[in-house]
Design a binder for this molecule. Structure first.
Ligand SMILES: Nc1ncnc2c1ncn2[C@@H]1O[C@H](COP(=O)(O)OP(=O)(O)OP(=O)(O)O)[C@@H](O)[C@H]1O
Ligand SMILES: [Mg+2]
Length: 289
C-alpha cells in the first residue's frame, strides 16, 4: 500500500476525538503574493498540532504551491478524482500527524463537474474527509468566479492584506464582494512592522467598509503578522515557519491567528450553530444547491 493510501486510512480511523463537523476556512486576498499560502500552511500546521484534524487544499497554483511548501509531490489532484481518473485515497497525502494535504485545482474546469452522478460519486469518495475538524482552503487572489464559489461554500472567509496601498485597495474590493455573500469576514494584516501598524490598516479598511457597505457587515481582525526575512527564505528552503522557526516573531503571530480560528470553532459549537460539514461544502461548491 502506498504511503498516501495509508494517510487516508489514518484519517478514516481518526474518528476518536473529532470535535464536531468540519469548519471550512477559505484564505483569500485581493492582491496576489500577500502571504495566503504561507498563512494557510502554517495555520493548518498549528491547528493540527493543537489536536484538530486538519485538511489543507489549494484552490490556486500561485507562487508557492502547497505541495512545494510541504515538500511533497502531488501530481494528481481533486480534478482527477472528479473525472474518475483517481481515487481520493490516491491524492490525499498525510503531511504530519493530524494534517492532510488535498491537492486542489486552480482552473475553472472544476466547476464543469456539477453533474449529479459525478458529484455523488465524489461525495462517497470524500466520505473520509468528514472526519476533519478543519478544512483550510488556500484560494487564489482576486474576485474570479471560481474563487467566489469557494468563498460562498466556505464557513469562514479570511481576507489577507499587506500594508502596501495597492494591496489595501484590493483587500477592500474583496471585502466588498465577500460582504454580499457573508455577514462576517475575518482579516489578517501580514508583513507589518508591528501590531500597531496592522491594527491601523485594519481600522482604515473597517471604517471605509462601515461607511460604504453598511452596518450588516462584521469585519473582524483575526491578527497581524510581522514581517521577517526568515519567512521569505523559509518558502525557498521548504521549511514550515511554525514548525522549524518557531521562535521568530511571525511564527507566534500566526499561532495567535490559528488559536483565534480554533476558539471560533469551539464558540460556534457552544452557540449550537449547526456546522454544515464537508459534504455540504462540496455539494455547494459543485453547484448542487
Ligand atoms: N510575514 C512575512 N514576512 C516576510 N515574508 C513573508 C511573510 N509572509 C509571506 N512572506 C513572503 O511573501 C511571499 C509571498 O507569500 P505567499 O506565497 O504565501 O503569498 P500568496 O498570497 O500565497 O501568493 P500568491 O497570490 O502568488 O498565491 C513569499 O516569498 C513569502 O515567503
Ligand atoms: Mg499562494
Amino acid at each position: 500500500m502506498s504511503t498516501q493510501a495509508k494517510g487516508l486510512e489514518a484519517l478514516v480511523e481518526a474518528q476518536n476525538g473529532a470535535k464536531g463537523a468540519t469548519r471550512v476556512v477559505a484564505i483569500t486576498s485581493g492582491k496576489g503574493g500577500v502571504g495566503k499560502s504561507t498563512i494557510s500552511a502554517n495555520v493548518a500546521y498549528v491547528l493540527a498540532r493543537q489536536g484538530y484534524k486538519v485538511g489543507i487544499m489549494d484552490a490556486d497554483i500561485g507562487l508557492a504551491n502547497l505541495d512545494v511548501m510541504f515538500n511533497v509531490r502531488a501530481d494528481r489532484n481533486i480534478l482527477h478524482v472528479l473525472k474518475g481518473e483517481a481515487g481520493f485515497d490516491e491524492i490525499v497525502t498525510q503531511i504530519e500527524p493530524n494534517l492532510w494535504l488535498i491537492p486542489g485545482e486552480s482552473g475553472d474546469e472544476i466547476l464543469k463537474f456539477s453533474d449529479a452522478t459525478i458529484v455523488s460519486r465524489f461525495l462517497d469518495e470524500a466520505q473520509a474527509l468528514e472526519n476533519l475538524d478543519f478544512l483550510i482552503i488556500d484560494t487564489g487572489a482576486g474576485i474570479g468566479d471560481t474563487i467566489q464559489m469557494f468563498l460562498k461554500a466556505a464557513d469562514d472567509v479570511v481576507v489577507v492584506t499587506v500594508p502596501d496601498p495597492a494591496a489595501i485597495t484590493d483587500a477592500y474590493a474583496m471585502v466588498k464582494v465577500v460582504s454580499k455573500i457573508k455577514p462576517e469576514i475575518g482579516m489578517v494584516v501580514n508583513q507589518v512592522k508591528n501590531a500597531k501598524e496592522g491594527q491601523k490598516i485594519f481600522d482604515t479598511i473597517a471604517r471605509v467598509a462601515q461607511g460604504n457597505i453598511g452596518g450588516e457587515l462584521r469585519l473582524k481582525l483575526l491578527g497581524t503578522i510581522r514581517s521577517d526575512a526568515y519567512v521569505a527564505r523559509s518558502v525557498k528552503q521548504r521549511v514550515l515557519v511554525c514548525k522549524e522557526l518557531a521562535n521568530i516573531a511571525p511564527a507566534g503571530d500566526i499561532e495567535a491567528v490559528a488559536s483565534r480560528l480554533g476558539d471560533k470553532k469551539e464558540h460556534k459549537m457552544l452557540e449550537g450553530q449547526k456546522e454544515r460539514g464537508l459534504g455540504t461544502f462540496f455539494k455547494k461548491l459543485l453547484g448542487q444547491f
